[in-house]
Design a protein around this ligand. Structure first.
Ligand SMILES: [Zn+2]
Length: 136
């Protein structure tokens, strides 16, 4: 169950993430920014067992899509594959909080993304389904 306090802290953390410029740097540098954000979010939601695995393989990082990303509910691991995507990261984190519900994952991640990255959201808006196509 998410409270207003959770939401406020989440927005603070994702704003810090934004200021670190998650689109800047090589995959490894960017990955560290994602991990930092992830560790902070874990604390907010008291999910110490969650793990985030980011593919830093340079071949994989050239993929145009983040579609191979997923949350492994049994192992409690978020795996980000292919293109390192902020919206995908938030989407998979939402699955870690809410389980399988696609609707909830979408709602949460879009809300946060829209609030923190309004300019990026404009571009993302109509293409959301292209970004988030998970393997099942
Ligand atoms: Zn999903």
């Amino acid at each position: 169950m998410e409270t207003n306090e959770h939401r406020t802290k989440t927005l603070e953390i994702v704003n810090v993430f934004k200021n670190s410029n998650p689109w800047q740097g090589n995959v490894e540098e960017r990955g560290k920014k994602f991990q930092k954000c992830f560790e902070d979010l874990k604390k907010v939601y008291n999910k110490p067992k969650l793990k985030l695995i980011i593919s830093v393989d340079s071949k994989i990082s050239n993929w145009h899509t983040s579609a191979a990303s997923y949350f492994d509910i049994r192992r409690k691991v978020i795996v980000l594959n292919g293109r390192l995507s902020v919206i995908t990261f938030l989407h998979e984190f939402a699955h870690a909080l809410n389980g399988h519900s696609e609707e909830k994952a979408r709602e949460w991640s879009v809300d946060i993304f829209k609030e923190v990255f309004p300019d990026k959201f404009e571009k993302l808006n109509h293409n959301y389904n292209m970004y988030i196509k998970e393997k099942k």
